[in-house]
Design a protein around this ligand. Structure first.
Ligand SMILES: O=C(O)CCC(=O)C(=O)O
Length: 274
């Protein structure tokens, strides 16, 4: 398999096989691209809603966010069109294997890299947790391509094999060899929380739009506070599975209970859900 060759799930994908292939590939090289997991209608709906939100979203506040990049935070509270990706059985299956039962969405955002953006500094996402590398794996990230991702328009840049680096190894200040995770619209890049990577430079005149959903182990604090993003009084029409993935559930053995109960049962008892 060449670096960016996607695992194709077109047709009638066998979810268990895809999960196994993805987990094996993540273990081996820290990232994998899957394609054919969502249909055009789902993609079109998410892209349309996200483009509407982008129309009122400012560009970044610093070099890391990107002065020519727009980020829609708290996305799980702004549109339900992303639910097929957020709860996709292959993505949540991979998260369950890598992170264990009770994993949850840590951040649900859009990253839209605009023309003239420079390459983002390299980093790894599990860096927010003060844990030694490379194990245990406590976070995995996914980037759904809502536009094609190309080397020229800012496809995510990956440092090969860096998911296994120990804590005292990092890419350094000089130029670093990276791989552009190019992919077609509708494909998804999945990468381990220990993989060094960064957004690429956009030298084209159009925007690169990614739906960026990170999952973290259930025993860790989420990056985004999803209980304020989707508070109890806004859960009435949100499917159970979406609430579970956002964290309205317990993680083993009993982390996150409310009044001695599972959070969704609590929402029912309090009259937030029918
Ligand atoms: O936009 C990308 O391709 C990656 C962005 C990223 O890694 C981040 O902002 O943490």
């Amino acid at each position: 398999m060449s670096p960016a060759t996607p695992v194709v799930a077109d047709g009638d994908p066998n979810v268990d096989e895809l999960i196994e292939t993805a987990v094996t590939t993540l273990d081996d090289r820290g990232w994998v691209v899957l394609s054919g997991l969502v249909d055009d209608d789902q993609l079109d709906a998410a892209e349309a809603a996200i483009r509407d939100l982008l129309a009122e979203t400012p560009t970044g506040r610093d070099r890391f966010e990107g002065f020519a990049t727009q980020r829609i935070y708290a996305l799980a509270g702004k549109t339900r069109t992303i639910d097929p990706m957020l709860t996709h059985p292959v993505l949540t299956g991979v998260a369950g294997v890598v992170l264990g039962d009770g994993f949850r969405a840590s951040s649900v955002t859009t990253i839209a890299i605009g023309p003239d953006e420079q390459a983002q500094s390299l980093h790894y996402d599990a860096q927010v947790y003060p844990l030694p590398r490379p194990e245990p794996q406590v976070a995995i990230n996914s980037m759904w391509a809502l536009t094609p991702f190309t080397e020229a328009n800012g496809a995510t840049r990956i440092v090969a094999d860096s998911h296994t680096w120990p804590s005292d190894r990092h890419p350094g200040a000089g130029p670093v060899a990276t791989i552009a995770a190019e992919m077609d619209r509708g494909s998804v890049l999945i990468y381990l929380g220990t993989l060094w990577h960064g957004g690429g430079a956009n030298t084209t005149d159009s925007v690169r739009i990614g739906l960026n959903i990170e999952y973290a182990a259930g025993w860790l604090r989420q990056q985004e506070n999803q209980y304020l993003v989707v508070p109890p009084d806004r859960t009435a029409d949100v499917p159970d599975r979406v609430l579970e993935v956002l964290g309205y559930t317990t993680a083993p053995p009993f982390l996150g209970y409310v009044d001695g109960r599972d959070p969704i049962r609590h929402l029912h008892r309090r009259g937030y859900r029918g």
